[in-house]
Design a protein around this ligand. Structure first.
Ligand code: GLP
Length: 233
């Protein structure tokens, strides 16, 4: 793992954007994208730039079950507002949280991933070490599935909802096996609240109990962290 320490989230977003540009110059065509507050500074850099993404494809990590593009809290809506409405891509994929047959939707999403192998995957990290919505205990070989969110994740994400009862308790998430097949992975983390997970991810044992620790097994991972997130290293 290459660790890049930055002053703050803004600098982190700039650094991640530089890496994406380098990747695109070398031929990257598919970006794996993430939601949450962490990649917001990256998406701000992308939208402020004069780079054309209209030949690029994006494949997002996850979506809440029960929410779709017209719901303000859906990840599809987040991506449209923060990136796609301002910077059109050729194709953008996000799991359909409103699919009537969720099993079929997981299969469809695995087919999407298989036909659009991710060149550069952007990741955030949950306070419990989750990546995507792969919570502690998730299989390292996992493909797309419906997952139960932990109390820690529901509490961390309730800030986007009026009340905690409104936070969906399940989500569709790309699996860890699929994430690990991305050619390059850029994980970003900012703030003290991420320091424990970052320390375990980098210095701890590789264990399903800290899903992000699997990244120690990947040969091209860049971790971009600010001082607070690096404070327990
Ligand atoms: C959610 C998302 C993750 C994200 C995590 C951290 O659980 N599914 O992809 O990394 O939140 O979010 P934040 O960046 O807001 O801290």
């Amino acid at each position: 793992m290459e660790i890049i320490r930055v002053k703050d989230a803004v600098q982190g977003g700039k650094k991640a954007f530089e890496l994406i540009q380098e990747g695109m110059e070398k031929g990257a065509k598919v970006l794996g994208l993430a939601t949450g507050s962490t990649p917001e500074t990256l998406y701000a850099e992308m939208t402020a730039s004069d780079i054309d993404f209209s030949h690029m494809t994006s494949v997002n990590l996850d979506e809440y079950v029960g929410l779709g593009g017209s719901d303000d809290q859906s990840y599809r809506h987040f991506m449209d507002v923060h990136l796609f409405d301002k910077k059109p891509f050729a194709e953008t994929f996000v799991p359909n949280g409103k699919a009537s047959d969720l099993k079929e939707e997981c299969q469809r999403y695995d087919d999407v991933i298989a036909s659009h192998p991710v060149d550069i995957q952007i990741l955030g990290i949950g306070q419990n070490g989750h990546i995507g919505f792969n919570e502690p205990g998730a299989s390292f070989e996992g493909t797309t599935s419906v997952v139960d969110l932990t109390e820690s994740t529901i509490n961390a994400n309730k800030r986007y909802f009026d009340k905690v009862e409104d936070v969906p308790t399940t989500a569709i998430s790309m699996g860890i096996g699929s994430i690990m097949r991305s050619k390059k992975i850029i994980l970003m983390a900012f703030g003290e609240v991420k320091a424990g997970a970052i320390q375990k991810m980098i210095e701890g044992p590789i264990t399903n109990e800290l899903p992000a620790s699997v990244l120690q097994n990947h040969n091209d991972v860049v971790v971009i962290i600010d001082e607070a997130a690096a404070s327990k290293l």
